[in-house]
Design a protein around this ligand. Structure first.
Ligand SMILES: Cc1ncc(COP(=O)(O)O)c(C=O)c1O
Length: 401
């Protein structure tokens, strides 16, 4: 068969496979190297017991005739949609505006089906790489010009603009994918910033895809955890959420997407009604076992879940504090599980190699998230306390030397 032009246009390999490749190449030469990974950002700590038990019980029930169940509703269990509306949105969205999925990444990819190939998609620079790859695969990318894709728009987020997406000259955008708390910068949009963004979207008829996968990491009560805390957002925004970093479900796979009833196409038709079509065509509803775990996370497991989040948050603070003590300029890490360390003038893949070879630390080079990430490395807080403390010690040994 003929290869699709969109696949041929995709640049290089996805960031994390490249990191894996470099790490493995290093291990071939130094098999004994005591590596610590602060790279990919996968959770490490066990699930709350009550959550694991709820999934075990559901799975066991599948082995008995009386309790066996097959396909569930395409939108997910109503009990889970209600629990999310109640626990995570305090009623700001209705249960029937919430669509449960097999993960935020999967939904972020499928959302492109709503917008179509002609849509002009904007991403923050730097950004989680899946946004760009999924848009290019969908056919929204255009040609690669050495720095970025011709039809994509890149909203620069730097220390100079306080990591607020640069909307200057972004006049032809249809869809803006915004992530807060941000991966990779760890920046969280303040209430007035989010208000500015929503008002810009309303004026320009831009749809915001708001990736709130790390919302649970916001400790500061003044920072918004959902875009729907902002008036008027229901008319312009789709929000994506995830149990991955909320409940340690990276391998279990469970997320959701909020498509508000008030979100309408230019001709007044319902976007929500359309969203049912791709999820019916591609998903057939999320796993029942995962949903049993999701429900337990928001009910009996909630207390233990909060402890898990606080644990990773403390990890981020340990890394952040140590880097500050060492005189490194750092961002994020307070209301997000990522620390964004700035080394002005340095090449971020070289920094990655230096941290790997001199401190045996696997990090993520900032340039892998976009040109504005050059000079930065991202450190993830998803690790055991022992490893985080060891990593902090190695950073000190490296930068004090
Ligand atoms: C910003 C962001 N969105 C979405 C995801 C993916 O979430 P899920 O595991 O629910 O697919 C990640 C995972 O790392 C992420 O960093």
């Amino acid at each position: 068969m003929k290869r699709r032009i969109e696949m041929a246009t995709l640049q290089g390999s996805y960031l994390f496979p490249e990191i894996e490749k470099r790490k493995n190449a290093y291990l071939v030469n130094y098999p004994e190297a005591p590596l610590i990974s602060l790279g990919v950002g996968d959770t490490t700590e066990p699930l709350p017991t009550l959550v694991a038990e709820a999934m075990g019980e559901y799975a066991r029930g599948l082995g008995a005739r009386e309790s066996y169940s097959g396909y569930g509703p395409v939108e997910g269990w109503i009990s889970l949609r209600e629990a999310i509306a109640d626990r995570l949105y305090q009623g700001r969205v209705a249960p029937d505006e919430i669509f449960i999925s097999d993960g935020a990444k999967c939904d972020l990819g499928r959302l492109g089906l709503l917008f179509g190939q002609e849509a002009r998609v904007a991403v923050q620079d730097p950004a989680y790489p899946a946004y760009v790859d999924a848009s290019v695969i969908m056919g929204q990318g255009g040609t690669f010009n050495g720095r970025g894709y011709s039809r994509m728009r890149y909203l620069s987020c730097t220390p100079e603009n306080g990591f607020f997406p640069d909307l200057e000259g972004a006049d032809d955008i249809d869809v803006a994918i915004i992530c807060s708390p941000n991966n990779p910068t760890g920046a969280v949009l303040k209430r007035e910033e989010l208000e500015r963004l929503v008002s810009w979207a309303r004026q320009r008829r831009v749809t915001i895809v708001y990736d709130a996968a790390y919302a649970a990491y916001i400790a500061d009560p003044d920072l918004p955890r959902s875009i729907y805390e902002i008036g008027g957002a229901h008319e312009v925004a789709i929000e994506v959420g995830s149990f991955s970093k909320l409940a340690g479900f990276t391998g279990v796979r469970l997320g959701w997407t909020v498509v508000p009833d008030r979100l309408r196409y230019e001709d007044g038709r319902s976007v929500q009604a359309d969203w049912r079509r791709p999820i019916s065509a591609y998903l057939n509803g999320p796993s029942n076992i995962a949903q049993a775990g999701g429900l337990a996370s928001l009910r009996e497991g909630w207390g233990e879940l909060q402890e898990g989040i606080a644990f990773y948050r403390e990890n981020a603070l340990i890394l952040r504090r140590r880097l500050v003590e060492l005189g490194v300029k750092v961002y994020g890490g307070s209301n997000a599980p990522f620390v964004w360390a700035h080394f002005p003038g340095r090449n971020s893949w070289e920094l990655f190699d230096q941290l790997l070879s001199k401190a045996h630390l696997v990090t993520t080079p900032g340039a892998g998230f976009g040109p504005a990430g050059e000079g930065f490395v991202r450190l993830s807080a998803f690790s055991s306390r022992e490893r985080i403390e060891e990593a902090a010690g190695r950073l000190a040994a490296l930068f004090e030397a």
